[in-house]
Design a protein around this ligand. Structure first.
Ligand code: IMP
Ligand code: MG
Length: 189
């Protein structure tokens, strides 16, 4: 685990809001390539439709799809569950729906983080109703012990503690998505 001092070196422009490094850029790169290899093996002969959940999954999706050696298709959904606060409301709203039909498709949902599980629970029901052949989830982060809804997660990048984190797609009020590592957030909410 790195210290706040490392954060100050790596991302000086954000350092006053950042705590420790939770996942470094090199650990992210390594894990993403492992997940890509695993997905390549698991989906050989039936390339999945990757469904990225905007906006938090953008960085992960971008790196992960390039680590998969199959002719995957890519689409995005946008859901809103948090507003600008850091605790889920439990109310999920579809802000942007998919452009493609899911009937008979092998769908792999790409998420940034599963916290309470409420967002994913809603998405799973919503997408499952469209008759995909299979529906699995790949989340970069899983907050351990925080789930209010039990989740069946096919792929998990890293299990982390309950702290609020930013970077590599994850934001607070739309900021810090462009950090290349994941940090705890210690600034004002
Ligand atoms: P859940 O519905 O509580 O599982 O929350 C899932 C969504 O909340 C994620 O897709 C994120 O957009 C957001 N979220 C949860 N925890 C964090 C965090 O630590 N940092 C940034 N966003 C988070
Ligand atoms: Mg999200």
């Amino acid at each position: 685990m790195n210290s706040p001092a490392d954060a100050a070196v790596d991302a000086h422009w954000a350092a006053h809001d950042l705590g420790e490094v939770v996942v470094s850029a090199s650990d992210l790169a390594q894990r993403v390539s492992e997940l890509g290899a695993q997905i390549t093996r698991d989906y050989a002969g039936r390339p999945p439709l990757l469904v990225g959940v905007l906006k938090g999954a953008v960085n992960f999706m971008s790196d992960l799809m390039r680590a998969i050696e199959l002719p995957v298709e890519v689409d995005f959904m946008a859901v809103s569950s948090y507003g600008a606060a850091t605790k889920t409301s439990g109310v999920v709203r579809i802000v942007k729906d998919l452009d493609v039909d899911l009937v008979g498709r092998d769908v792999l949902v790409i998420e940034d983080v599963v916290d309470s599980g409420l967002t994913l629970n809603y998405l799973r029901q919503y997408l499952g109703a469209r008759e995909p052949r299979s529906l699995e989830v790949c989340t970069l982060l899983l907050k351990e012990g925080e789930q209010r809804v039990e989740q069946d997660l096919r792929y998990v990048g890293f299990s982390i503690g309950p702290s609020f984190v930013v970077g590599y797609g994850l934001d607070v009020a739309e900021r810090y998505r462009n950090l290349d590592a994941i940090y705890t957030y210690v600034g004002a909410i």
